[in-house]
Design a protein around this ligand. Structure first.
Ligand code: ADP
Length: 499
């Protein structure tokens, strides 16, 4: 059983939930894995086991897919009026808001992130996503079309749910990623099997209880805990699944595409990034320094859109990079539940070794550690916020996604926006970028030349339920959030009537 109490700062509802015997949610019921197997969930601040959750394997995946298939093909869900679907989504948002503190604590304990961040960002943004998508449920419409074909016709399009959606999510924003996935799928009328990340299953399991309480019909949402190979892979390959939506590493994204090929599932992917933050000499430098530091250090750098390449004009390079290093060296590292903490641990031992391995590889290739570069505490998975200078585009730390609090600084001397855009685009990824300048012309011209799904000007990591988010190039296929996300979950049907 789990080691409890986890932390004296944890409130009773959270502690009670963590201590319970965890079950998955399949066909409207809370169940253990068919095999009875479980696996441990670690507290990343201490490395201790907090809980055990069921380990789903193929048999459980089958049960969940069959439940979702049955709910889509024969259940009340697809006959339900759009306003009723919207009402259920809204209710889920309300329930989540009522339990905001509990979810924030779960997120902090499980992922390691500062409680203050989970309270201010993860949970409210998830609430907002459910409400935003609740509004869309009644607004998914087709159009009427005028044909040039000889004769008289009445033609129109219908937007229909794509069917059973498998959704596989990562650990960096466990609850929020669940909301990004569930919101549009449910608004569109799909049924879902949600596979939580093995590192951070707790908030998703608690969300399943709220989904049940909200009154979604059985089988509409099924929630699995398990590993990538054991549960994710059979889910992505399952012949009764119509669509797979994945957020995670580019490497696993490629495996998903292969697995989905069998029955040609519709696939959307939100993958890695190596996003540039580009600072011009005319920028408000105080804001640019604080903004680019937050762009990389927010959520311990475990953001797909993290500003991990800091491109600074040579005139202000020293000032900006020293400013960012100064912030990095003052960031308060600590347990996520400590109210003073600004930077928590990384999510797992594996991630700790991955990130420190990248820092070492950068140093071996000639990068200079301006600040940080080491473990942030004696135990737990802490890594100091790190600024690497003298980095070049060929280095592994500049080419590959580190997914930790490590920024690579490079200077540019040019005023030519094409050359700057070419530096910014010199990556296999294309998720996001930020531009720091007071010159409107520079901002808009460069924004149009950068090959990424998001461009921020004088800000970074601004997310909203209405803003589509996703990648060019190897950062993915399709968009999450906004009206665009509904396209992932609908098919268009053209109906033509000869009059
Ligand atoms: P990270 O490397 O950051 O841990 P991953 O891309 O490995 O991210 O994991 C993201 C999600 O994908 C998790 O839910 C994980 O279990 C799942 N996953 C990992 N491998 C596979 C796979 N082969 N097929 C399907 N899902 C997978």
């Amino acid at each position: 059983m789990a080691t409890l109490p986890i932390d004296s700062r944890v409130s009773t509802p959270t502690a009670d939930f963590v201590a319970q015997k965890h079950r998955m949610f399949i066909g409207g019921r809370f169940v253990f894995a068919a095999s009875g197997k479980t696996f441990p969930v670690y507290n990343p601040a201490t490395g201790e086991v907090m809980a055990y959750v069921p380990e789903a394997e193929s048999e459980d995946v089958d049960r969940a897919v069959n439940a979702a298939r049955e709910a889509f093909d024969n259940g009340p869900w697809t006959r339900m009026k759009p306003s009723e679907r919207g009402r259920l989504l809204w209710k889920l948002g309300d329930l989540l808001e009522q339990h905001l503190e509990e979810f924030a604590q779960l997120e902090s304990l499980d992922n390691g992130k500062p409680l203050t961040v989970a309270r201010a960002a993860d949970v409210p943004l998830a609430v907002d996503m459910f409400r935003y998508m609740a509004g869309w449920a009644t607004k998914i419409t087709g159009s009427t079309l005028s044909l040039s074909f000889p004769g008289d016709f009445h033609s129109y399009t219908l937007r229909e749910p794509v069917g059973v959606a498998a959704q596989i999510i990562p650990w960096n924003f466990p609850l929020l990623m669940a909301a990004w996935k569930l919101g549009p799928a449910l608004a569109a009328g799909c049924t879902v099997i949600l596979k939580l990340a093995e590192q951070t299953p707790l908030s998703g399991l608690r969300l399943a209880e709220l989904i049940h309480e909200a009154g979604f019909p059985e089988g509409v949402v099924n929630v699995l805990t398990g590993f990538g190979e054991g549960a994710g892979a059979p889910l992505a390959a399952h012949p009764k699944v119509d669509k797979v939506a994945f957020t995670g590493s580019t490497e696993v994204g490629r495996l998903i595409v292969k697995a989905a090929a069998g029955n040609l599932k519709k696939v959307t992917l939100e993958l890695g990034g190596k996003s540039p933050a580009i600072v011009f000499p005319d920028a408000d430098l105080d804001k640019a320094i604080a903004g680019t530091a937050s762009a990389i250090f927010f959520n311990q750098g475990q953001c797909c859109c993290a500003g991990s390449r800091l491109l600074v004009h040579e005139k202000i390079f020293d000032q900006v990079v020293e400013g960012v290093s100064g912030i990095a060296s003052r960031i308060k590292i600590g347990h996520g539940m400590d109210p003073e903490t600004e930077l928590g641990p990384l999510v797992s031992d594996e991630q700790f070794h991955r990130v420190t391995g990248y820092i070492n590889s950068g140093v071996e290739e000639g990068a200079h550690v301006l600040t940080g570069g080491k473990a942030g505490a004696d135990r737990g998975y802490f890594v100091q916020p790190t600024v690497l200078a003298r980095t070049t585009p060929e280095m592994k730390v500049v080419r590959e996604e580190i997914f930790g609090p490590v920024v690579c600084a490079q200077s540019f001397s040019d005023a030519d926006l094409d050359r700057i855009a070419s530096d910014a685009n010199n990556t296999a990824f294309g998720l996001a970028a930020s531009i720091w300048t007071r010159d409107l012309s520079t901002a808009h011209k460069l924004a149009s030349r950068i090959r990424s799904g998001t461009v921020w000007v004088n800000c970074h990591n601004v997310f909203d339920a209405s803003l589509p988010c996703g990648g060019y190039k190897e950062s993915g296929w399709g968009r999450e959030m906004g009206e665009e996300a509904l396209r992932n979950y609908t098919e268009t049907k053209a109906v033509t009537v000869a009059l």
